[in-house]
Design a protein around this ligand. Sequence first.
Ligand SMILES: NC(=O)c1ccc[n+]([C@@H]2O[C@H](COP(=O)([O-])OP(=O)(O)OC[C@H]3O[C@@H](n4cnc5c(N)ncnc54)[C@H](OP(=O)(O)O)[C@@H]3O)[C@@H](O)[C@H]2O)c1
Length: 338
Amino acid sequence: MKHHRVVVSRHGGPRVLQWVEAELPEPKAGEVRVKVAAAGVSAYDLMFRRFSLLPGTPRTPFTLGADVVGTAEKLGGSVSVVRPGQMVAGATFCQNGLGGYAEQVCLPESELLPVPAGVDPAEAVCLVTNYLTAYAALHRAAEVRRGERILVHGAAGGVGTALLELGKLAGAEMYATASKRNHELVARLGATPIDYRTEDFVKRVRAQTGGGADAVFDPIGGFRQLRRSRDALREGGRLVWFGVAGVGRGGLPVIPRTMLAVAWIAAFPAGRVLRFFPDLGKDNAWYRRTLAELLELLAAGKIQPVIAARIPLAEAARAHAILESGEYAGKLVLTAGA
Ligand SMILES: NC(=O)c1ccc[n+]([C@@H]2O[C@H](COP(=O)([O-])OP(=O)(O)OC[C@H]3O[C@@H](n4cnc5c(N)ncnc54)[C@H](OP(=O)(O)O)[C@@H]3O)[C@@H](O)[C@H]2O)c1
């Protein structure tokens, strides 16, 4: 039996993504074969597609995609909770280069959560890595409390919009950096927008908060960016660094510069704490509990993920051309099946 998947045939631009026929994967013991309805596209995918030297990059040809929502199609031995035909959501953690950009994918039952009836698969897939990342950053790393002032960088992105939605629910006062074209969206999500291209975010935040933010969330990276994020904090504030989206414009040298900044800030914290980001896959009990909570929030209409575009799986290269352009807000979602 065959299915289709999208493979990174070699490292390079969006056109290296190819729609190919492949053997249908058989679920091993403890696994479920999921017929994909929606697969998430993320900033990580762009880096893994472009660069071969990043730690954790599988060997070509491999399939991208960190998160999926779909129907349980076939159960491996000893699967005890998931039922055939059930709609499930889960993270692939890009294991063995067999990610979610595929018509069918096998995942451990332990990574899969049932999706409540009536929930849109494309909205649900936004929760799996973006909202989990945002939730962990807000509640596990920074432990944001009601009324605290937070600065969110990359606020119009997949994780950024999730941080704003969850930050609002947590009762935070929010400031957010984004390009001008995304300011209306960021304001609608409850934050005061700051144009990082033309404004000094350190000055704006320090002035508006009267001394600095309680927490800053930085997925951009780079030495200058992280130092300035630290400068935007009040004494004793928390800086949560969790990505290197700056690679998009600055290339791979952003990574060593980020590591240097992280070491420098840690060495001279000046009363400000730098928190690193926890690995989503490490603590399965937390992962399951939090994803279930997020799915409930979605089903209850308390969160509404921003979807940049829904693009058929077979046109993944087009989705990556949009990803490459940076001209989108929210999360790009690949859709499959009827
Ligand atoms: N640690 C983890 O587990 C984890 C999980 C998921 C993601 N991440 C990381 O989080 C980052 C964001 O991921 P994503 O999927 O949300 O990316 P995304 O959707 O592509 O969003 C990136 C955003 O960054 C903004 N941006 C670029 N340069 C900026 C700057 N100098 N200042 C402020 N904003 C800037 C862009 O905003 P404009 O369009 O408004 O210019 C864009 O909206 C990535 O680095 C990713 O690796 C980490």
